[in-house]
Structures are given as C-alpha cells and as structure tokens.
Ligand binder design. Structure first.
Ligand SMILES: [Zn+2]
Length: 162
C-alpha cells in the first residue's frame, strides 16, 4: 500500500514518490502554432536535487528539447497555483481585455488530468486504483462529479489490495 500524504506525488519519470511540493517540478513544452503558443506534454517530476537519478540527468523528460519550460511544483499550489493553471486557458480580463489570446492548451484531457493531480485531494493515489475499481463495478452508475467525490474511499478500499 502506498498511502501518499497530502502534497505528495508520483514522479512521471522514475515512478518514485515526490515527498513534498518543494521537491517537485512541473515541466511542459511550449510550441508555436499559427503564431500562438501551445503548451503540451505536461509532467510532474522530481526536482533534480531530489531525484533518485540526480547523478545522471534527473527526472526531467524534455531535456534540451526546443520550447521546454518548467516551474517549481510549489508555484502550482494554493490559490495562486490555480491562477497559474487557469492562465493556460485564459489570461484574464486585466491582461487580455479583448479576449484576443486563444487558450495555450489544445489537449484539454491532458491539462485537466494535471490540474486534478495537483489540486484534487486523494486523486494522485486514487488514480492508481481506477482500473481495479472499474473492474469491481465501483463506478457503475456514477456521474462525472461523483467519481471525484469518492477518491478517499477508493484509496481506502483498493489501496490495501495492491
Ligand atoms: Zn523522479
């Protein structure tokens, strides 16, 4: 059983636990598409000094790739973290009063998943058990919100079976 604490994540690269927001980074690629920046390939990874691979290249996946971008995971926490995440889809009225900028996201499934992982309590661990819960019929009859209201229950019910 894993039992992630609040503000712990599974590194997308090495699969080990990121022990605190201060030990993580969020990385992605900025790409110019028709004159607008698009952001894709988001990962939650270890900051290099906390990486089990710190003596090699760390856990960053985008390496020297053109447009690689990253920020400390702490920048995505709390209210200002939500502002950070929302800025990818809308710069807001103060910065973009005429709504001239398109969302910087085109893969909304990927973006929503990163948002959930960063902000929904128990999501980061519960998602590991979704397949098991599906097979078990746990989600039968569920709607798109109920699924996320039962994350702690999923961890309790299926975490011990791993
Ligand atoms: Zn890692």
């Amino acid at each position: 059983m894993l039992k992630l604490q609040k503000n712990q994540w599974i590194c997308d690269t090495c699969g080990e636990v990121i022990n605190a927001a201060s030990e993580g980074y969020v990385e992605w690629i900025n790409e110019e598409v028709d004159g607008e920046t698009q952001c894709r390939d988001f990962h939650i990874v270890h900051q290099k000094v906390f990486s089990p691979r710190k003596n090699e290249h760390g856990c960053y996946q985008h390496g020297e790739e053109l447009g690689r971008s990253d920020l400390p995971l702490e920048n995505f926490m709390g209210g200002i973290g939500i502002a950070q995440l929302l800025s990818f889809i809308d710069l807001g009225e103060i910065i973009d009063p005429d709504n001239e900028h398109d969302p910087r996201i085109n893969n909304f499934r990927e973006y929503a998943e990163i948002f959930r992982r960063l902000h929904l309590p128990f999501y980061e661990e519960a998602r590991l058990y979704f397949e098991m819960a599906k097979k078990d019929g746990f989600f039968d009859g569920a709607n798109e919100i109920w699924v996320y209201s039962e994350l702690e229950e999923i961890v309790k019910r299926y975490g011990d079976k791993v």
